[in-house]
Design a protein around this ligand. Structure first.
Ligand code: 9D3
Length: 430
């Protein structure tokens, strides 16, 4: 692989590639790194490479002339080459992209600086724009060195006789197991006995298990792409059972006060499907109690009878998992009764979250609320409205109003039980 770096700070690259694996790889001729100073391509006597933006605004922009000339100079004749611009607006760099980049003979990497490059450079020359993550760097040089290191390690021969890049830190998509070396006891902490047993099969099993545990606790998002055995899936089930979520979230399905089609305040009737499906979603996502709020006594009596069928009557034996979900249900005649019960159990008022399909102001995003729920101490009560949505006076007293669920079309008419499932998944899943 040949890398050509275009930068206004060529000295930046004097050290990053002069140690260890990358130094060796250059000596072995497996990679070649050329650094070009963009200023060398500026024709004026001050070697100007930037200028102020057309249309005004602060900062400077890379002029197209010198940068374009530098790119053309760097292009090696006949090489399969790719021009990369490092920029905060690029796609997020990953192991997958690193593997794609190994398919080229030459990578020309432009180190972004200032407010960016003249758009015509992008249109004419740039094949791929890459960011290394959502944080602000002082320039693309840091990103370029990260990309070159990650790509080079994947080139055959670069890692020499060490482990192949496929067992590297992403072992089947799992995090690495814990490592130990001598001494056997350090500050009264002993090495796990299994590692001293010499039983390689058991050791490998232990390591896989530890990798699964680490991934479960630190990066549960990786489990989705990990290739897992049935045994490992069972281990994850056990971890979930032994480590239930610590957040305290309550859900209420509100039948009054809600709007009808004409935006008049009404009371809606219970929907059996909503009661069943939302209670099962609540059980799946670790909700503590599912309140059914209805002001009409006949309705409460009716739903109570349905619940008893599944939690005490013939339904228990017929479908015990249904019982487990419906056992979360508490019937209340008003929202304030539900709030009182939460306060009694939790010793504090819950933060009230409302959901509405209509756009509004001061709406909270799902990832923000998820973070608050998971890292916070306080209990939460999430309200779902039946009919055409929860009345304004309740909405206004809430602590958070969630943004409407946007699918990927202009249509947003979900049933309340579908909306509840989507909201619980976005807020409580990992
Ligand atoms: C002060 C300019 N900022 C205005 C909002 C935008 C900005 C432009 C250029 C912020 C930082 C930079 C320099 N960063 C990069 O060129 C860069 C980068 C990064 O900052 N984070 C993650 N990946 C990359 S790749 C290139």
């Amino acid at each position: 692989m040949r890398y050509d770096i275009l930068t206004i700070f060529p000295k930046f690259f004097e050290s990053p590639f002069s140690f260890g694996i990358l130094k060796k790889a250059q000596e072995k001729g497996l990679i070649q790194i050329n650094v070009h100073d963009i200023r060398d391509f500026a024709p004026d006597k001050h070697n100007t490479v930037d200028d102020s933006p057309y249309g005004g605004g602060s900062g400077m922009v890379f002029k197209p002339g010198p940068l374009g000339d530098a790119i053309e100079f760097a292009k090696a004749d006949g090489a399969r080459s790719l021009v990369i611009l490092t920029t905060p607006q690029g796609e997020r760099f990953s192991d997958k992209i690193a593997r794609e980049l190994t398919e080229y003979e030459q990578l020309i990497i432009i180190c972004g600086r200032y407010e960016g490059v003249d758009e015509r450079i992008r249109e004419i020359y740039v094949d791929r724009e890459i960011s290394i993550g959502d944080y602000v760097l002082s320039g693309g040089e840091y990103a370029a060195s990260v990309i070159i290191d990650a790509v080079s390690r994947l080139i055959p021969g670069v890692l020499g006789n060490e482990a192949s890049p496929y067992d590297d830190s992403f072992r089947g998509g799992l995090l690495e197991y814990p490592q130990y070396t001598r001494p056997e006891t350090y500050k009264r902490k002993a090495v796990p006995e299994i590692l001293l047993s010499g039983n390689h099969k058991e050791i490998e099993k232990w390591r896989r298990g530890e990798g699964v545990k680490r991934t479960f606790f630190r990066r549960p998002d990786l489990l989705d792409r990990a290739s897992l055995t049935v045994e490992e899936l069972k281990l994850i089930r056990r971890l979930r059972r032994e480590n239930p979520p610590s957040f305290r979230v309550y859900v209420a399905l509100v039948h009054y006060p809600v709007y009808n089609k004409d935006l008049r305040i009404v009371t809606t009737a219970f929907t059996n499907l909503d009661v069943h499906d939302i209670s099962r979603a609540c059980r799946t996502y670790g909700v503590r109690v599912f309140f059914l709020v209805h002001p009409v006594q006949e309705q409460r009596v009716l739903v109570e009878r349905v619940l008893r069928h599944w939690t005490e009557g013939p339904g228990v034996l017929y479908n015990p998992t249904r019982n487990e979900a419906l056992a979360l249900v508490r019937i209340k005649s008003s929202l304030s009764e539900a709030l009182e019960e939460i306060e009694k159990v939790e010793d504090s008022k819950p933060k009230v979250v409302v959901t509405d399909a209509r756009p509004g102001e001061n709406l909270t995003g799902y990832s923000e609320l998820k973070e608050r729920i998971i890292t916070g101490e306080e209990p939460y009560l999430i309200l779902f409205g039946t009919g055409w949505g929860i009345a304004k006076e309740v909405m206004e007293r809430a602590d958070y109003a969630l943004k409407p669920i946007e699918g990927n079309t202009d249509y947003n008419h979900l049933s309340v039980r579908s909306a509840a499932a989507v909201v619980l998944d976005r807020l409580l899943s990992n």
